[in-house]
Design a protein around this ligand. Sequence first.
Ligand SMILES: *Cc1c(COP(=O)(O)O)cnc(C)c1O
Length: 424
Amino acid sequence: MKKEPFVTKEQLDEIVKEYPTPFHLYDEKGIRANAKALKEAFSWNPGFKEYFAVKATPNPFLINILKEYGCGCDCSSMTELMLADALHFEGQDIMFSSNATPADEFRFASDIGAVINLDDFTHIDFLEKTIGRIPETISCRYNPGGVFKISNSIMDNPGDAKYGFTTEQLFEGFKVLKEKGAKYFGIHAFLASNTVTNEYYPTLAKTLFEVAVKLKEETGADIRFINLSGGIGIPYRPDQEPNDIYAIGAGVRKVYEEVLVPAGMGDVAIYTELGRFMMGPYGCLVTTAIHEKHTHKEYIGCDACAVNLMRPAMYGAYHHITVSGKEKQACDHKYDITGSLCENNDKFAIDRMLPKIDMGDLLVIHDTGAHGFSMGYNYNGKLKSAEILLKEDGSTQLIRRAETPKDYFATFDCFDILNDYNMK
Ligand SMILES: *Cc1c(COP(=O)(O)O)cnc(C)c1O
C-alpha cells in the first residue's frame, strides 16, 4: 500500500509559518474514525472498553478525544495516573498495569479507585501491606511462558519477558486474593507486540478464555473482565497490510462464543489497552532538511533527532519518510537521514531511496503518533518538540509547546544558571 502523509505540502507551509520545525503533528480526523471503528468492532460485547495506553501518547488533548468514544486510560506510572485523574476519569475507567511497582504508586492508584492489574504473585502481599487491604476488584497479568505462535510462525517470546504470573501462580494467586477479600476478578495478558495480523487477538483471546474457564471452575472466582491489552500493530512499512479491526472483533467474538458462552461466562467484559493502534498512524514528525553531506555516504541532516523519535535508534525501527511536495517524484537518491546527536545511531533512515532532497525541504516521518514523542529524552541537552493537532476543519491547535532551555534547567535548584540567563 502506498503510504501518503495526512497533511499536504500546502498545509505544512502554512503550519511552519506559525510553528518552527521540528514538531509532532496529529490528525484529529484519523484518530476519531479509528476510535469509532474499534468501538463498532467490539459492540457485540456489552461491557467492552478500550483503556488507552497513556504511555503511547500522554497528551491530555488527544486523550480527551478518545474519551468521547468511551475510552478509559491504562496507566503505568504515578504521573500517568495523575494525568488520568486530572482528566476526570472515574476510578473504574483507569487501569493501572504496571510492573516493579513502587508503593506510593499502588497507594495513589488505590486512592483514586483505579483498577489494579497485578504483575506478580508477590505483589499480592506487597499491595496488601501498602494499602492495608485487597481491593474488591483486582486483575492479574498472565504470562504462559514459551513462545507465542500463530500457525507456525513465532510472534514473540513471552518466556523471555519480565511480565506476569506463571500459570501455577495465577491459580494460586486467585485463591489467595479470594481469601483476602477480592470479589471481582480480571485477567490480563500482553504476549506479542506490534502484530500486523488479524489473528493475534483471537489467538490470545482463546488462551485467556480457556484459562478463565478453568480458573472459575477451580477457584470459584467471579471473573468480570478479560483484558487483551495492547499489541495490535500498524503497517509501518508500505508493503504491510493494515489490520482489519472488524475482522479482529469478529475473530474474538467467535472464540468468545465457543469458549466462554458454553461455560456460562457470556457476561464477561472484553477490555483492550491499545496504544499504537489508537494513535500510531495519526501522528507524524515534521522536520526540515538543514544540511547535506557528501562523504562515504550521502547524508541529509535534519533539525529533529532521536530525542524526538527514538524508535529507529533504539530498535532499528522502520519509519516511512515522505519529502513533502515530492510525493510523485521518483525515489532515485539513496540517503541516510540523520539527526544531530553525537551518537552514530541517530538516523531516522539508512540507505533509504527518496526523491532528491533540497535544503529547506520538509520531511514527514510517518507513524510517530504512538511511542514517538513520549519516548523522548534529553540527551545532548536537546529539547523536546511541540505537539500540534491538525483539526478536522483544517485549523491547528498547539497541544504542547516545545521545551525551552528554562525547562531543561528547571531541576537544578542548587545552581544559578536560570539567573545567569534571565530565565527566572
Ligand atoms: C505498552 C502497553 C500497552 C500498549 O501497547 P501497544 O503496543 O501500544 O498497543 C498496553 N498495555 C500495557 C500493559 C503496556 O505496557
